[in-house]
Design a protein. Sequence first.
Length: 293
Amino acid sequence: MVWRALAAWSLLALCGSPLHATALDSYTIDHNFSRPDYRDRYTLQLLRAALQASSAKYGPYELNISPLAMERDRLMLEMVNGELVNLSAQISSPEWERKLIPIRIPIDKGLSGYRISLIDGRRQAQFSALTNLTQLKALSLGAGRQWSSTAVFTRAGFDVVPGNSTPGLHSMLAANRFVHFPRGVEEAVFELEAHGAAFPALAIETSLAIYMPLPRYFFVAPGHERLARRLEYGLQLLIADGRFDQMFHHAFDDLIEKVGLRKRRLFKLDNPFLSPQTPLSNKAYWYDPFPQK
């Protein structure tokens, strides 16, 4: 395979039997997870911990990062093929769950479902004055054409302006093509840092949050059932001994405080696109920043 020749992209972890004696479980995650932002550092940390935790049962493993950057639809096609990439962490959708192998443990405990908006900071008073969901729906928002959250916003009756990429949507926000750009907590913080120089008025809206159930799962390519079983087994071990929660809180508590998530007015949306197999009833899988509300 192409990626085997690219040693600079390879992250190798061996345990148990020597390499020549035991076949490696080989994972190749998509290039998007070579980025330096908060979520991706956490995702790789959780992935490595789960694979290492499973080593006593499953043996050695190899973890690589694909050299190719791909948008979501192209990535799914490559995942179905399973050669250049066989693993990704994505917000679920019916198509991804149908065509790939989902590991139905929300890797960020559902935090992706809490959306805060990037705005032109000069509009803050407009958002602070909102009192109901009808008023919020009337404000145009930007969203990616391929994103699971876009389908939820559209079905709920929001004024959605679609874009092809995150950088493109930031340019559209700066050009006043829409009023706000809902993002995950870690995305909002990272993108404010990344795009603020080009758009000095860019700010994180401070008064409200939108919630919809949006589980982010590890997905494994079809035909790689052993890799999926191994990863699920490792994640369950991390949940059982408390390391999963420890990693989550270490990665995200400061960000949650930084954006004042718990102090925001919360607007809740249903997600009619969720699979019936979504583990909504397993409270241990989900983070709730508003337990008293």
